[in-house]
Design a protein around this ligand. Structure first.
Ligand SMILES: Cc1ncc(COP(=O)(O)O)c(C=O)c1O
Length: 354
């Protein structure tokens, strides 16, 4: 076992990644005893999850896939296949642009055009600057790499209208739609209902086993289902993940407003703490990014000391920024975070700058 895995295992508490340390027994228990198996994605818990999610988001059809990376690139290619363009628009820091090894281009022959600027969310004015025909526009709500920021609701509605007027599909990367719902103070179906297709994830804020759904028209969903098979995603048995999502979704979704309130209380507690900046402040969803005024080496040493001396696991390695004396980390607020007082969290975070 490597050093990092050992330290993580031995740390008694972590609060920076939502639900805390993965406890295998707890995750396995989320499957429950009553799940009905599927066969190659047909029937059983998979079909039940698909109809539950379609109804929850107000769409006629849904398909379950093993990963968002597989799901979204395939969904966008289906939109493009139905139009006379391969161009997709998105924020420069969206997941497909930064974390998927250019699968959209190399697997699906899509052309990406980033709109707007890296450090803020997309606006209608950014879209207005695009002259070319477009197959689809993707909105990541909330924008994870901006600490969970959301565009203003009215501007979002206008942006989706912009796509529709040009005959482009509007697609939602709703990996954290559950969190966005708390941020907008609107139900998930009202947000998803703006779009032609939406992807939602079950292993992030919901804390289930990995897996996701894409919702849309029966035609779109049928085509994504075909791509799931072509890409090797129609596994022989997908029911454990689907059953886990079915069991966790209702209660975890209901917790999102309280998680957002806790995120804002943490940001408030950090108000007087020198050397730690919250992005965005106040948080717009139950997550935030933190900018620590400390060099990476010292941050890593402080994080290690916290793990060894106090049994608290934070981030083994922060993200670098353009400034060598400032590092960045993501704090997802979940059950484990909510179990700690904001003042205690602020104290722990402050100690990372020592
Ligand atoms: C915003 C966003 N979209 C898509 C994905 C991809 O999800 P998956 O890990 O299921 O491929 C992620 C994963 O972190 C994400 O944060």
């Amino acid at each position: 076992m490597d050093d990092e895995t050992r330290l993580r295992r031995d740390s008694c508490h972590t609060f920076v990644q939502g639900d805390g340390l993965v406890r295998p027994a707890d995750l396995l228990a989320s499957i429950g005893d009553a799940a009905v198996p599927d066969v190659y994605g047909e029937g059983g818990a998979v079909a039940e999850l698909e109809s539950t999610v379609a109804e929850l988001l107000g769409f006629p059809a849904a398909v379950f896939l093993p990963s968002g990376t597989m799901a979204q690139a395939a969904t966008l290619r289906v939109h493009a296949d139905e139009r006379a363009s391969r161009a997709v628009l998105w924020h420069p820091q969206c997941h497909l642009a930064t974390h998927e090894e250019d699968a959209y281009a190399r697997v699906h022959a899509l052309d990406a055009r980033a709109v707007g600027q890296r450090h803020r969310v997309v606006t209608l004015a950014d879209l207005d600057a695009v002259p070319e025909p477009v197959a689809a526009v993707l909105w990541e709500l909330p924008q994870r790499d901006l600490g969970g920021q959301l565009p203003g609701w009215d501007d979002l509605v206008a942006q989706v209208g912009w796509a529709r007027e040009r005959g482009a599909a509007a697609h939602l990367d709703g990996a954290r739609l559950w969190e966005a719902s708390a941020g907008y103070g609107r139900p998930v179906d009202e947000i998803a209902g703006l779009f032609d297709s939406a992807y939602v994830s079950f292993y992030k804020g919901i804390g289930a086993l990995p897996g996701c759904c894409v919702v849309g028209t029966p035609s779109l969903v049928g085509q994504v289902r075909d791509w799931r098979r072509r890409l090797g995603g129609t596994l022989f048995a997908m029911w454990p993940s689907a059953a886990s999502a079915l069991n966790r979704l209702p209660e975890r979704l209901a917790e999102m407003p309280a998680r957002l309130a806790h995120a804002r209380a943490i940001a408030a507690a950090l108000g007087d703490v020198e050397g730690v900046r919250v992005v965005p402040d106040p948080p717009q969803t139950p997550m935030m990014h933190l900018l620590f005024s400390v060099a990476e080496e010292r941050f890593v040493a402080n994080a290690r000391r916290l793990a060894e001396d106090d049994g608290i696991w934070v981030w083994p390695k922060p993200m670098p920024t353009d400034d060598p004396d400032v590092v960045r980390c993501e704090l997802s607020v979940g059950r484990a975070t909510c179990a700690l007082e904001p003042a205690r969290i602020a104290e722990i975070l402050r100690s990372l700058c020592d």
